[in-house]
Structure formats: C-alpha cells, structure tokens
Design a protein around this ligand. Structure first.
Ligand code: MG
Ligand code: MG
Length: 271
C-alpha cells in the first residue's frame, strides 16, 4: 500500500521519529519480505485473461498464510482484501472483486503486504495481462526502472529526498527516451516500514534532493513510484479506496521494501 496524501506529508515532516532496526530485525523483515515476494511471483503466473481479481486475492491470502504470515492489508482501516488489485486507470488501493475479470491487454497492479513475527514487508508489481500495447509496456518499464534508480539512491549518509529526486529524474529520462510525457503521482508515495506498515517518513516521488531526514543504516523504506500515461491528478472512487487517474489514463505501480545498510541499499522484498 501507499503512504498517503500530500496534506499528511507536511504534518509528518515535523517532529517525526524514524524506527531504526538492528541487523537481526532487518533479517526478520527480509523473511517477511520473502513471503511477499513469493506471493507476487505466484500471482504473476496466475494473472491471466478470464481470472478475476477476487480469485487472485484468495490465492494471495492462501500463500501468505501458508508461509505462517498474516496479510497486512486485510482489515487495514477496514480494507476488505488481502491484496490491492488496480486495473488500467486504477492506480492503487483497488479492491479485489469477483466481477472484475481480467482481459487481454490489461495492466494489473498488485500491491501485497505481509506480517511475519511482527515485521512487515510491502511490495507491488504491475503485471501485463496477455499481450499489452507497446506504450503500456514502456510505461511500466519506466516505473520499474525509476523504482530501481530510487533504490540505488537510498544510501547511508544521504537525505530522504535524494530518493525522491532520483525517482523523478529517472522518470523524466525514460519519458524523453520514449518520446512521451508520464505523470508522476504526487498524492501518494512511499513510507517508512518495520513494526507497522506505514511509518514515518513519508517518501514523495518528486522533489529536490538533499532534504528531509538523513538516511542512516537500520532504516527501512517502502519505495513506490506510481506513473500514469497522462495527468498525474488522482481521484478516489466512492468505494472509499480505489484511487484512479482523473483523466482515466492508464497507471502503473512498482514497489519494494528496502533496508539502508552500511554497504548501501538492500531489497528486502525478494525471495
Ligand atoms: Mg507501501
Ligand atoms: Mg504496497
């Protein structure tokens, strides 16, 4: 899931405390992250035309519980699913639905979180259902490469918005190569993570470098760019959850939980 809301950012940037983990605690987070990673791998294989997002949700919950973990999204502020499934113009926080059946060419973003031994992992992928168009493939690739650029920017001794700036710069570079403009969603972003899913600090996906808290070993951040093929403006649907693009352009979302270590960033949501 995403951290949320520009208004919340301003509040949170004042007087925040950031959880610092020991090496053993980061190992525990890596175990939680592995559950998330294996569940997403399972879903990547299962997301085919004709499959509903509710079926994927059932598979995800089973995978998480089989690993001895708990789906962190289920019941989170009343969220009814174990994963978020956001299709096409839905950006994030989409609710799994038996009526929502995947079709060839859909872009499906799946956000997954798990708690294992009290520690959280949180990651998201955008899946190409069947054969998607070239522009959609490029959009998703741009977001994924921006995520990885952002991860590389999570260096001890740096500052939080070094990550934000690197993500933004990577998106702009990809857009230049692709000959298009991508919208970078600013209403939602990354977050600290550890003993809770959403912790300080909020991590924007745009901004000037060199600002915000200093990055130190033992911090863990969910880094999660969201891009659109059009406007960056968003709207929340009447279901109280699903965030869509205001112009109904397609959207993508990639996320990893990342630890900052003395040797640099380490992705925790990997198998
Ligand atoms: Mg998140
Ligand atoms: Mg997430």
């Amino acid at each position: 899931m995403t951290g949320g809301g520009v208004r919340a950012v301003v509040r949170k940037l004042r007087g925040k405390t950031i959880e610092i983990k020991s090496n053993g605690e980061l190992d525990a987070m890596r175990a939680a992250g592995a559950v998330v990673a294996s569940t997403l791998t399972l879903l990547e294989g299962a997301a085919r035309p004709g499959v509903s997002t509710a079926e994927l949700d059932e598979s995800a919950e089973q995978s998480i519980r089989d690993a001895g973990a708990v789906p962190s999204f289920l019941g989170y502020h009343g969220f009814p699913g174990s994963i978020c499934t956001s299709v096409n113009h839905q950006i994030v926080h989409g609710i799994p639905d038996p009526e929502q059946v995947l079709a060839d060419g859909d872009l499906l973003s799946i956000d997954c979180g798990a708690i294992l031994d009290g520690w959280h992992g949180d990651a998201a992928v955008t899946i190409e259902v069947g054969a998607v168009g070239e522009t959609d493939r490029k959009l998703s690739a741009a977001c994924r490469s921006a995520l990885h650029a952002g991860i590389e920017a999570a260096q001890p001794g740096g500052r939080l918005t070094d990550i934000s700036h690197t993500v933004e710069s990577a998106v702009l570079a990809a857009a230049a190569v692709d000959g298009v403009e991508y919208g970078i969603v600013a209403d939602y972003g990354g977050h600290g993570i550890g003993t809770a899913m959403h912790m300080d600090p909020f991590l924007p996906n745009i901004g000037k470098p060199g600002r915000g808290p200093r990055l130190v070993a033992g911090m863990a951040l969910a880094i999660e760019p969201m891009l659109t093929a059009g406007s960056h403006l968003t709207e929340e649907l009447d279901d109280g959850w699903t965030v869509v693009t205001l112009d109904r352009s397609r959207a993508v979302h990639w996320e990893h939980t990342v630890a900052i270590t003395p040797d640099g960033p380490v992705v925790l949501t990997t198998s």
